[in-house]
Design a protein around this ligand. Structure first.
Ligand code: ZN
Length: 333
């Protein structure tokens, strides 16, 4: 980071001078938000003609494959370069079979969108929690979520997404060794050019609440604290990120974004990697709820949140605000 040179004292220096007009404010602006930074999350459900609004996330929908294609065409037309798919299968089981079924909801969505909206970059979330009957991210034995067996299934899921035509896979489970295992399997399967965006520092966060309604992935018992990180830790986040980079991650992510901007900043400073931040469901819902009550200017708060994430070091922002923010940015040009 550049060091800030010392300024001369008032009245020689008047820092307000550069704030006096719109033109000059924009000329000295240090951070620019762009539509090209956004990744829009989408929830794919099985069935046809389904467009079900998630009650805790106004404006966000569970969509069947036919509707996903329409939504992706809109997203692409707005100038947003990428989406990330989360699948909610028709049937869940103990081992999350829907996740690595070549005809699963995400796989079908990839094929359909690739055909109709070929220019859109398709990322897939790789985890088992939306697919397991118990709602955990991996295989459960007794009261433990076991690591290595779960990783083997995540590898199958990532390969299945790659075969369907995904442009990038994004493991979100936080099990140890999954990035390396997925990298090796992709290389062996003929996908050595397929990048991995790892959810590298993902915290056990209360801000995921609305997502769990959207993805139907609330754990039936226990929680995710044995694999997701303790919100109190940041040195550990750097170790997580370092490990994922060593295992072959091409882009590293911090999740959630807003309560973890310090982590995001440190990750970007330390590694200089392409860095993503996930502006999660709870962060979205808080703004929507407060704006709905007239307590905050929703649009203004949305843009301020997004620029803060960019300023802290994110190159890419996964956000449910992507479409709205893209429209605001278009208006401002
Ligand atoms: Zn999960």
């Amino acid at each position: 980071m550049d060091t800030v040179s010392s300024t001369t004292a008032f009245p020689t220096s008047r820092l307000r001078r550069t704030r006096m007009t719109d033109v000059l404010r924009s000329m000295v602006r240090e951070t620019e938000l762009s539509k090209g930074d956004f990744i829009f999350p989408l929830f794919v459900v099985s069935g046809k003609g389904i467009r079900h609004e998630i009650s805790s996330m106004p404006g966000v929908f569970q969509l069947s494959v036919d509707q996903i294609v329409r939504e992706c065409a809109d997203v692409h037309a707005l100038g947003i370069p990428a989406v990330i798919f989360f699948g909610i299968p028709g049937r869940k089981d103990e081992v999350g079979s829907g996740a690595y079924d070549d005809h699963g909801v995400v796989q079908e969505a990839i094929r359909a969108v690739k055909k109709e909206v070929p220019g859109l970059f398709l990322i897939t979330d790789v985890c088992l929690c939306e697919y397991t009957s118990h709602g955990h991210c991996g295989i459960v034995r007794g009261d433990q979520i076991v690591n290595d067996e779960s990783v083997a299934l995540l590898v199958r899921e990532a390969l299945s997404h790659a075969r369907a035509g995904a442009d990038m896979v994004a493991p979100s489970d936080m099990f140890d060794g999954r990035v390396g295992a997925i990298r090796a399997a992709l290389d062996e399967g003929g996908f050595s050019n397929l990048p991995i965006m790892s959810y590298a520092a993902k915290y056990a966060s209360g801000f995921y609440g609305p997502f769990r309604e959207a993805a139907g992935s609330t754990p039936k018992f226990g929680d995710r604290r044995s694999h997701q990180m303790d919100p109190a830790n940041t040195n550990e986040a750097l170790r997580e990120v370092a490990q994922d980079i060593q295992e072959g991650a091409d882009i590293v992510m911090v999740k959630p974004a807003l309560s973890y901007l310090d982590v995001l900043y440190r990750v970007k400073q330390q590694f200089g990697m392409p860095t993503a931040a996930y502006n999660v469901s709870g962060e979205y819902s808080l703004v929507k709820a407060a704006a709905g009550k007239g307590w905050v200017d929703g649009e203004r708060v949305m843009m301020e949140m997004l620029i803060s994430i960019k300023r802290a070091g994110a190159d890419l922002i996964l956000t449910y605000f992507a479409k709205e923010a893209a429209q605001v940015l278009d208006r401002q040009r």
